[in-house]
Design a protein around this ligand. Sequence first.
Ligand code: SIN
Length: 330
Amino acid sequence: MNTSSLPRIAVLATGGTIAGSAGDASKTAGYKAGVVGVDKLLDAVPALGSVARIHAEQIASIDSKDMSVALWTALASRINELLAQDDIDGVVVTHGTDTLEETAYLLHLTVKHAKPVVLTAAMRPSTALSADGPLNLLNAVTVAASKDAAGKGVLVAFNNQIHSARDVTKTSTYAVDAFRSPEIGVLGFVQDGRVEFQRTVVRPHTVSSEFSVTDEWPMVEIVASYAGVSRVTVDALVAAGVRGIVVAGTGNGSMHAAFTQALVDAVKQGVAMVRASRVGSGHVMRNGAANDDALGSVSAGTLNPYKARVLLMLALASGVDDLQRVFDTY
Ligand code: SIN
């Protein structure tokens, strides 16, 4: 086969269970994530050779629970550099499942190219019986090599499904179909080399995003409302100099009365406040379960608290002051 005409895809490895290793093939928990190098991951998938020419880089070797804003800056910057090259047609990022949705949304808003960027991961370590990583990697490269994937923002290829970075979230601690895009659903499918999109992405991203990656990340934290919550956490965050607080509220972003006063006090001191929901699906309406006009808060719409934090950090870093417009737009 003449492979010189195949798309050239950069595979950037960051660690995760896809690069995990356990002493025993029957172990799917209790392994060490992020220890297998990118060359070994690629060697496990000989079929990649008929899909794309691969350029591989080891960006990090971490368990994604330890993802940092510094690594986000390095990853987004490297992706932007690679995609600016004429000889790179797309990027695949291998990542841990635990914070994949946060990194994917960050890249969705800060990658400045229309070429495909696809994240993938695995629920079972590379040493496990029926490891899911090799097929997920093959499918991610297949999507990144597809012209149909261009211009759709950052994508997540997992378990034969293609999700938008904006909508996808991890919904299982163990199942190999761990990712869902609640209420909105998948963008498409990838199976046996065939990429099929069923819908498109309407909110702005990548080339039409107003945000860029930064190396000066404002302190933004998430606090949850629950039975018996006190104001202690919010007061401590304000004392620590927090710039923004995302509330993982009950129901439609409602908040315990004891805790609401602490948030009102924080807003008066210039802290940005965003109301999201801990429910896992649905939207948080402005002036719905709480009066945002009176509180000085912003509603997160359909973004979960973790994604709302990513957007709030980027908005604060870029000096945006009309935060509700940002949350209504992205
Ligand atoms: C991680 O997020 O790095 C560990 C868990 C996983 O990848 O499934």
